[in-house]
Design a protein around this ligand. Structure first.
Ligand SMILES: [Zn+2]
Ligand SMILES: [Zn+2]
Length: 304
């Protein structure tokens, strides 16, 4: 195996989906391993981090990892109470997540392990644990450099631009790409075509689009929220997730090399995920784009 790679350990959004109909895609929630030789960076701590933790302890090749969480919704932290390295002496864990102080990050991660929700608290962790926060700016972990940025999702939520092995990988698990469009669209409908207001609103919509593309521009790899079909998005607009069609169009417009459809809705079986993927490729073909697009499947390894 290449010394540098990405591996998907969990690709579902919202809640785990351990159903026979879902196994080709995978049932664990958000977790991606970024590995470069002896350096392991983990992005999000959904249930996918549980088998990853077991593998790391079993391999015993590294004893220090950085764990970045985009935000503290359950699908991004619920694997932590079962993350073996935390309960193993001589391991070092460096956590990063939203919050202005070390204490805020520590509390947000550990609250889920308090009674009556869980029998042991983070105080029982045997690893050496450190907490980094947003004011620390760029995060460096060996040869891996990470720049957090804000995305459109309830509460403070980050996306990460990761520079590793000469590649730019952009990770955005939860993000509603058209978040700003709804209020503008409504005002557009109400505005008079002949007025300056209409022109201004059209301009605002274009600016919102440019701003939403900015973090993904020229990324080699984009891992992005593709939670909903068009029909589900129509019912769940404003919930903070994207329709896969918007994700594909955005990746084309931002000149991304390779897109992975990620944070897939847990109610979609493999057959429905396959259908999304076919439609995504059809959009790319119709637009004459060179974008490559795959479904982020659990266990998939991408050499860098
Ligand atoms: Zn999520
Ligand atoms: Zn969320």
């Amino acid at each position: 195996m290449s010394p540098c790679y990405l591996r998907f350990w969990g690709v579902r959004g919202s809640y785990p989906a351990p159903f026979a109909t879902h196994m080709r895609t995978g049932g664990n929630t958000s977790c991606v391993e970024v590995r470069c030789a002896d350096h392991v960076l983990i992005v999000d701590a959904g249930t996918g981090i549980i088998p990853l933790g077991a593998r790391l302890v079993e391999q015993d090749a590294v004893r220090e990892v950085a764990i970045l969480v985009t935000h503290y919704h359950w699908d991004h932290i619920s694997g932590l109470p079962f993350f073996e390295p935390a309960f193993t002496p001589s391991w070092t864990l460096r956590f990063f997540g939203p919050g202005n102080t070390e204490m805020e990050v520590a509390e947000a991660l550990s609250e889920q392990m308090r009674a009556p929700y869980f029998p042991v608290e983070t105080e029982t962790w045997l690893a050496d644990v450190h907490y980094l926060h947003a004011k620390d700016g760029t995060i460096e972990h060996g040869p891996i450099r990470v720049t957090p940025f804000h995305v459109h999702h309830p509460g403070t939520t980050f996306g990460f631009r990761i520079e590793v092995a000469g590649h730019t990988v952009v990770y955005v698990s939860d993000n509603e790409l058209l978040f700003l469009d709804a209020p503008i669209d409504q005002r557009l409908e109400e505005s008079d075509l002949d007025t300056g207001e209409h022109e201004l609103l059209v301009q605002m919509k274009e600016e919102a689009k440019r701003a939403s593309l900015q973090p993904f521009l020229d990324a080699d790899i984009l891992i992005h929220d593709s939670q909903y079909t068009r029909e589900d998005y129509a019912r769940k607009r404003g919930w903070g997730h994207s329709c896969y069609i918007d994700t594909v169009n955005c990746a084309i417009d931002a000149r991304v090399g390779q897109l992975y459809l990620y944070h897939l809705d847990p109610s979609y079986p493999d057959t429905q995920v396959d259908a999304l993927h076919r439609e995504a490729q059809e959009i790319i073909r119709r637009r004459g784009s060179a974008l490559r697009c795959e479904v982020a499947r659990e266990g998939l390894v991408i050499p860098l």
